[in-house]
Design a protein around this ligand. Structure first.
Ligand SMILES: [Zn+2]
Length: 193
């Protein structure tokens, strides 16, 4: 049981996300970010499977085959694309559903902060994009959500953090993901190259 280390890790992460969310113009999302990690179901598993360089959910999965903490976490935290999945009556499969813009941005803030903690001094503006690439093939995510996230991660890689947060701050977070079609267009174009 690594109670103190786990507490420090999640609190440090939360503070970095809060900072990013303020820079991105979604301060309330920042203040509410990941509060469920302090509930018993998530906190106890987190402390028991604490590893420091990767998510404790992975340790819990190795032990039980699945992570109860993660099921709880994604169920109530809308900044995870895994929350936004639903049964499609046409295909009869569970598929990605569109994620509101403010939560896509919170997810971006979360991934940048998490990459910094896990990568340490190996972190660069490309780290979060590389992590995104790794899961691309198997990820169950709505296309618009994926494209918006990828667009912002590409911007981070090529233009840096200051530029990207300034750009995000000016986006209309109440606009639905469909209004950012130009992001999908650019991502599609780059992939066809
Ligand atoms: Zn989270």
């Amino acid at each position: 049981m690594q109670i103190i280390n786990h507490f420090l890790t999640i609190t440090k992460h939360r503070h970095q996300v809060i900072k990013n969310c303020f820079l991105a113009g979604i301060p309330i999302r920042g203040l509410l970010h990941d509060l469920s990690k302090y509930t018993p179901v998530e906190f106890i598993a987190g402390a028991r499977f604490y590893q420091g360089n990767r998510s404790p959910n992975e340790g819990e999965r190795e032990a039980y085959g699945y992570s109860k903490a993660w099921i709880h976490h994604k169920g109530i935290n809308k900044h995870h694309f895994e929350h936004w999945t639903d049964y499609n009556p046409k295909t009869r499969r569970t598929e990605g559903a569109p994620m509101p813009t403010k939560f896509v941005i919170e997810m971006f803030c979360d991934r940048v902060a998490a990459s910094k903690i896990y990568m340490g001094d190996k972190y660069s503006d490309e780290s979060a994009l590389l992590y995104f690439e790794k899961g691309r093939k198997t990820r169950m995510i709505h296309k618009r959500t994926s494209d918006m996230l990828e667009y912002l991660l590409l911007m981070l890689k090529y233009k840096g953090e200051k530029f990207t947060f300034k750009y995000i701050r000016r986006l209309d977070k109440s606009a639905p993901p469909e209004s950012f079609k130009y992001m999908s267009d650019l991502v599609d174009k780059l992939r066809l190259k």
